[in-house]
Structure formats: C-alpha cells, structure tokens
Design a protein around this ligand. Sequence first.
Ligand code: CA
Length: 310
Amino acid sequence: MNKTLMKKLFAFLIALSLLPAQTWAAGYTGTKYPIVLVHGLFGFDNIGPVEYFYGIPAALRADGSQVFVTQVSAANSTEVRGEQLLAEVQSILAVTGASKVNLIGHSHGGPTTRYVASVRPDLVASVTSIGGVNKGSKFADFLLGVAPVGSYSNAVVVSLSNGLAKLISFLSGQPKLPQNALNAAQSLSTAGSLKFNVAHPEGIPTSACGEGAYNVHGVAYYSWSGAKQTTNFFDVSDPVLALTSLAFNGEKNDGLVGSCSSHLGQVIRDDYGMNHLDEVNQVIGLVNIFETNPVTIYRQQANRLKNSGL
Ligand code: CA
C-alpha cells in the first residue's frame, strides 16, 4: 500500500470515528411494538414547546421507534391513572394496529404502567420503570407525616397541590382530567405502595433491594434510576431536590425516590449520576455532563427491547 493511500485511509478512519454515534445506527431504536411514555406526579405530555420527556420522543423516533406520549391525571391515585392509561393504550393499539405496547414510565409513571401490565398483560410487551416509586417515596411519607390527613396543614398542602395539578392539566390542554393530590400522596407513600404491590406484585423484588422477576405473564420488566441530587450548577431545580433528599436520611436516592424503591424486574442500574428530573432530561436538558446523557439511556433501552424482539 503506498503512502498516499495509507494517509487517505487513516483520514477516513479518523473522520468515521468522529461521526456522532446516531448516524451509525439506522433502526437502532426500531422496536417491534410502539413505545408509550408515561409521566409522573405533576407531569404532562407537553406544555407548549416543553415536553415532560425533554427531547426524548424525537431521539427515539429518529432511529426507528414509533413513540406515543400519554397524559393522565397530574395528581391522582395509581389506580385512577392506570385506568386512564389503559384507555390510552387501547386507542394506540387501535390506531397503529399493533398487538402490544412497550410502556416506559417515570416516577409515578412506574406504578401507573405496572397497573396496566398487571390487569391487561396481553396488551403489554414490556414495562420500563425510571426512578419509579415502586416501594414508595420517603418524601411522600415525610409530607403526610408533617401534614397528617385531617389537619389544617394537610388541607392547605392538598388544596395547593390540586391547584397546581389543575393548572398543569389546563396548560397542557387536558383541563377535564380529575385531580386528587391527597390520593396521589397516599399512593406514593410507603404504606400505599406496599398495599398496591400486594394487588399488583409483578416484577417487584421480594427482597429489600434485589431484582424482581424479569418476565411475568409474558411482560418483560426493567428499571433504572439515578442516585445523585445536585448535578448541574445552572439547573434551578437542583437545590430543591437537595432539600427533598433530606427525607431519606442518607439512604441512596435521586432526590425524590430511593434507589431500592426504584427496583423493578431487571435492574439496569440504580446509581446513575442523575437526580429525579435529570431522568427525564430536565430542566430543559440541564443534566450532569459527567454522566451518560439520559437521552442516550432511553435509546439504549429501546435498543435492548428491539434486541429482545419486543
Ligand atoms: Ca437537571
């Protein structure tokens, strides 16, 4: 091989290595079944141009996924949200002609997706729980502790929270969704979650902090979460999450959910350098630059589903 050819080959290889990974991967996220994203407490599909799963649907669609972003009550019990999601899943199946969906839920979206997979496993290929409140949140316990049900402080907190939930639903174009912040807090508490898990145990670890069953009634279960609170100097939500994390007494958490509580089925990782909002690439992409970008992790999960034939 002559020197010029060697140089050209070398330059070509360098150029190739500098290409962004996405351009390599036509069909990388091309799952067999549509992906359905489900938000958490005080969540929404989008408010104006701001998506709850910030930049994630487009990143998944770019490499072959069919993605649907759902909206359920911003604040309500897991069962109420679950029934709303089931209706949305049925519409998605009708529109696409698909036989099943891959559900991906964040925070309260974890138990919400689990509800649908539990009552209609025939419609669900997989559940991926991200920062999921699967065994409750110590912050919800803390709130119900300082503002017990029936107290004046509880009435104030519930009224403010219902107001916020109604505002979110109004801004995101679904003003008629019912909101009940007290039922939401109870669903997200440790006691409420344990009660829910008795009725819907699929994928829940039987040990305190292990993995759960990888596949139940034909549904594959996965989870991942972060375990850091302050990750980006410019993100105004970081100090808030540092404060809420105090409810965990040093237990590993992402600011709102304990790492062990997030476990469901196959635990991909429970200690990314991310807080609860980083897990959905918020606020508007301000995440830990020293950690794998959350959008990449969603893409990896879609690829994992694809490679599992889902
Ligand atoms: Ca952030």
